[in-house]
Unconditional design. Structure first.
Length: 283
């Protein structure tokens, strides 16, 4: 059985592959996890270590965004922020979920920002990890990630960029991600998302500064100090612009905070969300 397969939920004009684990206590919103945009990525690949831990205490929902993983790839899909935001809202509506705690990784951080700005009532708390969504000059690492052409050697090189610890960069993991990247339809949609010159896609994912500064949500901003894909300065900017924010920087950590420091990350997020649970109970 393929662990990347969850269950299928109709979201507008296509069907989304979704992992739905755990259960929420009364009055506790589910957690919606939005993955990044690396080649071969899926919700399971990004969140496999974190989902079961968070699901011990709350409901966890992790979709494959359109163009990634096992979600449908309809012909003519426009891979734009509006499309992904609408998919997320359609998913919440289909699951009859009025509000979530929202966790976004990298590309998923930009999507989470955009969703919180456009539908603030659907988000209780926000977690942004190694996030896109503010202006920055594209890094060589991100340019290499978005410019991926399938081969085992190229994938192995990308894993060296993603992770701080070489212990994580095994041939087995590289082979798994390479095989995922050559599934039927994947490379076609992936290459259609981020053709060169790629700075324009960084710019297209950025939310307006004024809108970010107006966010009312309590926000946890997380980054790996040695991240070669998304610069630490992004999270410093977000922590500066978002009024109700706190910043946590993991040392000896690249772009994969949720994998390289999974236990610490899950604990940090659990405590952050439990604060909101406690406030809700006290009312």
């Amino acid at each position: 059985m393929n662990p990347e397969l969850g269950h299928r939920v109709r979201t507008g004009p296509f069907t989304t592959n979704v992992h739905d684990l755990g259960s929420a206590a009364e009055g506790q919103p589910p957690v919606l996890l939005i993955h990044g945009s690396g080649p071969g990525v899926s919700a399971w690949a990004n969140w496999r270590l974190v989902m079961p831990v968070l699901a011990q205490q709350r409901r966890v929902i992790a979709p494959d965004m359109v163009g990634f993983g096992y979600t449908d790839r309809p012909d003519g899909t426009a891979y734009l922020m509006d499309t992904w935001v609408q998919q997320a809202l359609d998913l919440l509506d289909a699951l009859e979920v009025p509000q979530v705690d929202l966790i976004g990784n990298s590309f998923g951080g930009a999507l989470s920002l955009a969703l919180a700005i456009r539908a603030p009532e659907r988000v209780r708390r926000l977690v942004l990890m190694g996030s896109v969504g503010v202006p920055f000059e594209i890094t060589p690492g991100l340019d290499a990630v978005w410019g991926y052409e399938p081969s085992f050697e190229t994938m192995r090189g990308l894993l060296d960029i993603f992770a701080y610890s070489r212990a994580l960069v095994t041939d087995e993991l590289a082979e798994l991600r390479y095989q995922a990247s050559i599934r039927p339809g994947f490379q076609e949609s992936f290459s259609a998302m981020f053709p060169a010159p790629r700075q324009r896609w960084v710019d297209a994912m950025a939310s307006p500064e004024a809108a970010i500064r107006a966010l009312p949500h309590e926000t946890l901003v997380v980054h790996g100090r040695e991240d070669q894909v998304i610069p630490l300065s992004n999270s410093l900017t977000l922590a500066d612009w978002i009024p109700n924010s706190q910043l946590h920087v993991f040392g000896h950590c690249g772009h994969w905070t949720q994998i390289e420091h999974s236990a610490r990350f899950a604990q940090l997020v659990s405590h952050f969300l439990a604060e909101a649970d406690a406030r809700a109970t006290a009312r």
